[in-house]
Write a new protein. Sequence first.
Length: 679
Amino acid sequence: MERRIVKVALDTPLDTAFDYRWIKSDEAEPIPQVGQFVLVPFGRREVVGLILAVQQASDLAEDKIRDVIAVRSQLAPLSSKWLALCYFAADYYQRPVGEVVIPCSPKNLRALKNTALDKAIKKTAKLKAPALATASVRPQLHDEQEQAVLALEADTGFSVNLLFGVTGSGKTEVYLQAAERILDRARMAGEAAQVLILVPEINLTPQLEGNIRARFPHLQLATLHSQLAEGERLLNWMAAHTGNADIVLGTRLAVLASMPDLKLIVIDEEHDPSYKQQEGLRYSARDLGIWRAHQLNIPVVLGSATPSMESWQHAATGRYRKLELTRRAASNAQLPRVSLIDMERNKAPDGLAEPLVAAIKLRLEKGEQSLLFLNRRGYAPVIHCDACGWISNCRRCTAFMVLHKPERRLRCHHCSLELRIPNACPTCGNVDLQPLGRGTQRVEETLQKMFPDARVLRIDADSTRKKGSAQEAFDSVHRGDVDILLGTQMVAKGHDFQRLTLVGAINPDTALFSQDYRAGERLFAQLMQVAGRAGRAAQSAEGNPSEVLIQTRYPAHPLYRALLAHDYAGFAQTTLEERRSAGLPPFMFQALLRAEARELPLALAFLEQARGLLDHEGIIINDPVPMTITRVAGIERAQLLVESVSRMQLQAFLKPWVADLRALKSKVRWTLEVDPVDI
Ligand code: ADP
Ligand code: ZN
Ligand code: ZN
């Protein structure tokens, strides 16, 4: 009787691999292979795992080993290259490899019966015969675009290319034509080829998918993101895995898609924080994408109008090649004119200063659209009582309960606690409770009062809870059914609104004084991006360029000065100098150990213990400190920052340290994040 021991990776933080017994049940059954999915018992559940090794024997006693339920042998095994990528990710981020390989694979592999899986495989295979249709017209590339495409086309091996292009400069066109030429060249040579395009958030950039389909009607496009229905996700995953999909378009998890013929990786808006996973395996899809390109010896393109400091610094030292697009692509499009509204001089009882109100009025008269950006949802961030000083603190968090007026609720944005709005002050009975500050709902109310005939639309996480509602909202803006669009960062992303000629930023100052050293970089990127929504096609009626107005109390702040001049390079240079002298990334490599406990001293004591575990030459271990928002949902949180000027040295320290931390078997919950982005 044929039998094997298979070592299986499972999605659990417990261990790297688990032994299971496989016994041949009928003559036709093939021996399991490394890289195949298996169904196995785990506790009382059946879970899906991935075979990492096939052996004759186990170190465990026979009665400790359970039997494999089924091997998904109808799927071609994942390649050793793909497994090497996953091992690297597990190793670098200090997690078991099962937490890499299982979450990025379709869940349906577990639930599906073999027959259903067979059906799905047949269906993917049939996808290969695309309908004939005429492709959208390929615009004539302008010089800078042509140079960028030529540079990419010429690369036959690994290269990291920073495509630095102002908003509307036609970065997308560079991706598409580079992809097309690389796919064509492979086809001519009789080779298979695939292209991976990563975007921060697919729902906010539906135009890209449409553009790709229209340009390449003869190619297979598969999308991969977390909002796909499971059935569709399986089909698309399989299309990538079998090589049937020529182009895979996805969010960060797609960086781990199995693509046997990958020849080009594109990472659009490479600076976007959404590329960083904030739970489980806390990976950076950008960094893994670059590693993958290196592994496969292919080019990778990082596109942005406001690159991350990491990428900018690499371009400065020549490690990355910089490809630059300096002007807008469409023939009559110009960069908008940016001005500041000094809020010390302009009174704004309703949050909107007179010059901004006048500018909106002008757009309404001309039938053009305005966009107002306020990165704070809800009606007001807090309510309070003038009589006794009561304030709407969340009882479970070190945070305020936010007033949501249309929903008639107070909501904590950290623990999701919801309360009815109190009729009177809970401590003194005063019935006159006041909102403090303003969020998008309040500004919406103000706009409706000021411009009763205008069509005002608010887009934020609250207004778009229903599936598909964000899409619907954006469609109505594109159709021209909206005069004033108001929203959080959701409205800043890559939309190409044709009739938009005014952008207003209502209260961006809060980010200037944040504790987070990256807040300035993020604010600059957001303002550039939202400003970039203006003037993409339409000229204002008199041929004036579009306008961006920023309300601020700090008009002399260097960040705003750089923004006025559209001077990202200047901003980046100052920022990098500051980072260098302060010993911050990208000149320092960091890992963050976080601890959670019912009592803060417990969390701090755990971190203190962690600090003393290992000798740490060349490593800076800072003092344990409570997190800025210390308590969330009744849990106290603290952190310990570990740093080194050498990435390798930090990695060499982390591995044994994490092993020691695990061995403590502490009751305190902890997580380690390598290259943290929120500190
Ligand atoms: P980015 O991604 O850099 O913000 P897009 O790729 O969205 O810019 O391009 C902005 C606009 O310019 C789009 O409407 C696009 O169709 C158009 N465009 C791009 N390249 C060209 C070109 N070579 N000639 C004319 N229009 C172009
Ligand atoms: Zn009171
Ligand atoms: Zn709370």
